[in-house]
Write a protein that binds this ligand. Sequence first.
Ligand SMILES: CC(C)(COP(=O)(O)OP(=O)(O)OC[C@H]1O[C@@H](n2cnc3c(N)ncnc32)[C@H](O)[C@@H]1OP(=O)(O)O)[C@@H](O)C(=O)NCCC(=O)NCCS
Length: 164
Amino acid sequence: MPAPVTRRTDDFLIRRAVAGDRCKLSAMLDGLSELSLYFRFQTAVGHPPRAAVIEPLLSSSGQSWVAERNDHLVAHAMWAWVYGATGTPTAELAAIVADPYQGRGLGTRMLDLAGAHAHAAGARQLLLVVSAANDRTLRLIRRRWPTAPADRDGPLINFTIPTT
Ligand SMILES: CC(C)(COP(=O)(O)OP(=O)(O)OC[C@H]1O[C@@H](n2cnc3c(N)ncnc32)[C@H](O)[C@@H]1OP(=O)(O)O)[C@@H](O)C(=O)NCCC(=O)NCCS
């Protein structure tokens, strides 16, 4: 019988992102698959990534975190305020995990962290905007927030999740 696959998150240091992470973040994104980059940004990122992609990851209206391993970044997660038509304070969540580190619980853990922080900052609704072809994220959302209402918006699906 094959040995069970061990998946650990304990090897990673999760901490707040700081302006000094710019180079490490750029290097992380530069090494990601085009599919992961597309699912996260839904636009051309560039190699090296364009400043217009990197800067909002480090200076959002909310908060950002990175996961670090052996002095390299392996994941980024964030929330930012959404200034929409509804009166409900809403925070958009997003995350990206480097391909070799996906499927170890890091994405779920960092999205939970971002969601809890957004709630503590006053958000009463979380928004996740996901490509309809992004099976892994769709499974993650359905597992973590099984009753989250979903609205189709062309190739995207918007999930709105009450935080109370
Ligand atoms: C979406 C994304 C952030 C999820 O991060 P992740 O770290 O891979 O997510 P998790 O590890 O928490 O969960 C993914 C899978 O690992 C499994 N898993 C997690 N921890 C596990 C553990 N300890 N043991 C076994 N399996 C585990 C989960 O069950 C899940 O399985 P599934 O894909 O079959 O449903 C990541 O895949 C990614 O960066 N994708 C590209 C960018 C993107 O799509 N971003 C989201 C849009 S904002």
